[in-house]
Design a protein around this ligand. Structure first.
Ligand code: ATP
Ligand code: MG
Length: 695
């Protein structure tokens, strides 16, 4: 049994498996550990991962990438509009405002959502793991940028469901890296000592995440987090490509920007140049043959020039680094080390900034590419009974403040604005809070993010609390609502209950005994500190590790005068409704089946081709079967083999699997006869030799 962790990157994905022997990263069908986040379509099948990336330029319109930053968003979202400049394929607005990615698939025009495309990639990653680990995989922990909001998190969870994955946790990329760091460290401080504070910097393809983490033996706590969701390695590529566009316009009078295919090639080439510049400070030559209009283009660049061109990006990196330091309230001297991960953290200027701000060199203890996936696999092992792993307590945080708004209670003015902060910025997560209301009829609550979030709408969800009934004399009843930021970083109202006063209740409030029947669900690894937050008291007493339910084990009293009733909730939130989820899951299943059939067809074709070559080699005049076949039979067979080969390249290039199989059977009927004749003869010779020897 194994469980896996997946780092879903904007450019590439890594999978790590947790098995009895430890954590290992998994190689794909091309023996590579990085699987490009690329999904392509042809008239026959879907092409996923490396094979898709390899044909980006030739099948540009049907090769989809960069979709991680589109999921959970609407077409008109300014961020989406900004993303479109990186995308050479057709993206348009669906009638309901969602994003439609248009492709030609199976000779038809098809529109897929970014979530569906993500599901396709996740299917590929699941299959890759199943092949490598030789077992069925469904449980996984999936990485998610720490700055993702509810909408994006839910969209990712939906995509995983469509791909047949059971996500035990959406794990913040940052926290995953911290777990990978912490779990193998033998020298972390004891619980009562000062923590070891480590800052992690992850600069990837599309974003920058910086976070500070406090480590003790067997536990970690994220203390601060800052991000720039709009800055990654691809921005540098884009800037360099624009620079060369200008240069080539002057030098060669060509406009690569007007030719998407040429621009895509340019992007690929400048990325290579950028990577070379990380290792060389000297001027490097740059060139592309037959770039446009048969012109070979040439240029050059030194690292310092790249740093100048991208100086505003590096300023942004500096700003985010400082922001995290400020939020952490740590002094530079309090910070033990700064660890870097993510492909773009290899850029010397980034390392330089880290050294400047934190006054220590950037440290590379971790595998920069695999740290996120490894942490996810570790977390998955901790959450799953399938694999045993040492426990390590993880306290994450809720990056943005969450506020609640609700309908006024009966004795408040109708237009009174009820508003409370449920989770302040950087609040520990996962976490539940109980909010108490006094209402005498069903009412509504809304949850919002507050402050600057990288998403156009702050809306989290609207929750209609049903079944609230008035007490005697139309009195308000005590209604308790539980708000939770869960293991996935998803915020929602998870339950509501009402303390109903019974008709014969004559006793005062102090004599009330509550019968609790809405036990908090408990999940392994999850600390569930809950805090009472009564509206009228406005108290917020987060009692770490103690659930409020646990405090309420009331002493038995003589009279039961009230009881707690669970209330139903109608929630309006982000994410797919169950019907759409089913439809998409079925469609994905159908596409998986079609791909499988296509693969079997290609395999059958390859089998036939191989057999033709093999048999031809064996029946040649000097070859293995030459003595077991007469010359007439040999020439008939050779002709038949030549014909089959020609057929394979012409009318037989694209036929059903059964046609290849029957052709193969025909040839095998002849080939096998010859082979058996040979075996028979060889056996007899051997027997004869044996007899001869024994005499
Ligand atoms: P994200 O985390 O943004 O979702 P990702 O996880 O796919 O994306 P990574 O694999 O961490 O991103 O990093 C990929 C980026 O790192 C690319 O932009 C790539 O060009 C860049 N990169 C990789 N190696 C180097 C290098 N040696 N020098 C500079 N940049 C590099
Ligand atoms: Mg990444």
């Amino acid at each position: 049994m194994s469980v896996i962790g997946i780092d879903f990157g904007n450019e590439s994905c890594f999978i790590a498996a947790a098995r009895a022997g430890g954590i290992e990263t998994i190689a794909n069908d091309y023996s590579l550990r990085a699987t490009p986040s690329c999904v392509a379509f042809s008239d026959r099948n879907r092409i996923l991962g490396v094979a898709a990336k390899n044909q980006t330029v030739t099948n540009m319109k049907n090769t989809i990438h960069g979709f991680k930053r589109l999921i959970g968003r609407e077409f008109k979202d300014p961020h989406v509009q900004d993303e479109l400049k990186f995308l050479p394929f057709d993206v348009s607005e669906n009638p309901n405002g969602s994003i439609g990615i248009k492709v030609k698939y199976l000779n038809e025009d098809k529109v897929f959502s970014p979530e569906q495309i993500t599901a396709m990639l996740l299917t590929k990653l699941r299959e890759t793991s199943e092949i490598a680990l030789q077992c069925n995989i469904s449980d996984c922990v999936l990485s998610v940028p720490s700055f993702f909001t509810n909408a994006e998190r839910k969209a990712l969870l939906d995509a995983a469901k469509v791909a047949g994955l059971r996500v035990l946790r959406l794990f913040n990329e940052t926290t995953s890296t911290a777990l990978t760091y912490g779990i193998y460290k033998q020298d972390l401080p004891n619980p009562d000592d000062a923590p070891r504070n480590v800052v992690f910097v992850d600069l990837g393809h599309s974003s920058l995440q910086v976070f500070a983490c406090a480590f003790h033996k067997e536990k970690l706590k994220i203390i601060a987090s800052a991000a720039n969701p709009y800055l990654g390695g691809r921005n540098i590529d884009y800037k360099l490509a624009k620079h060369f566009c200008q240069e080539f316009k002057q030098k060669y009078n060509i406009e690569p920007e007007s030719n998407p295919r040429a621009f895509l090639r340019l992007l690929t080439e400048v990325e290579k140049l950028k990577k070379q510049m990380s290792a060389n400070s000297t001027k490097l030559p740059f060139g592309i043959e037959c770039f446009m209009n048969d012109i070979d283009v040439k240029g050059e660049m030194a690292r310092t020039q790249m740093e100048e061109l991208c100086s505003d990006y590096f300023e942004s990196v500096e700003k985010t680094l400082k922001e995290c330091l400020e939020k952490s309230k740590l002094s530079v001297a309090d910070i033990h080390s700064v660890e870097i991960v993510g492909g773009s953290s290899r850029i010397p200027a980034v390392k330089g900034l880290i050294e400047k701000i934190f006054q220590k060199p950037a440290s590379t203890t971790l595998n920069q590419d695999e740290a996120v996936a490894r942490g996810c696999a570790l977390q998955c092992a901790m959450l799953s009974p399938a694999v045993r792993v040492r426990d390590f307590s993880v306290t994450d945080l809720q990056m943005y403040p969450v506020v609640m708004e609700w309908d006024p209670s009966p004795n408040e003015p109708k237009d009174s604005k009820n508003f409370i902060t449920v989770f302040p910025e950087l609040h520990a997560a996962p976490f539940s809070k109980k909010m108490t209301f006094y209402q005498n009829k069903p009412f509504a609550i809304q949850l919002y993010y507050e402050g600057n979030i990288p998403y156009p709408s702050k809306f989290i969800g609207k929750y209609q609390i049903n079944d609230v009934k008035p007490g005697p004399d139309n009195a308000s009843q005590k209604v308790t609502v539980k708000v939770r930021v869960n293991m996935d970083g998803v915020v929602s109202v998870i339950s509501a209950s009402m303390v109903e006063k019974l008709e014969n209740a004559a006793a005062s409030e102090s004599e009330t005994m509550e019968v609790e029947n809405n036990e908090e669900e408990s999940q392994k690894q999850e600390q569930q500190p809950a805090a009472a937050d009564a509206k009228e008291e406005k108290t917020d007493k987060p009692a770490e590790g103690v659930a409020e339910d646990g405090d309420k084990k009331a002493e038995p009293k003589k009279k039961v005068i009230s009881k707690t009733i669970d209330l139903t909730i109608n929630a309006t939130t982000h994410g797919l409704n169950p019907d759409d989820l089913n439809t998409q899951t079925e469609l994905e299943g159908k596409m998986i089946a079609e791909d499988k059939l296509e693969k079997e067809r290609i395999d059958a074709r390859n089998c036939l081709e191989e057999y033709v070559y093999d048999l031809r080699n064996k029946v040649g005049s000097e070859e293995e079967y030459a003595n077991y076949i007469d010359s007439e039979q040999s020439s008939t067979l050779s002709t038949q083999l030549d014909e089959t080969e020609n057929w394979l390249y012409e009318e037989g290039a694209d036929v059903n699997k059964s046609v290849y199989i029957s052709k193969l059977d025909e040839l095998k009927a002849i080939g096998e006869k010859i082979r058996l004749r040979k075996i028979d003869y060889d056996d007899k010779t051997k027997a004869f030799e044996n007899i001869f020897c024994s005499i």
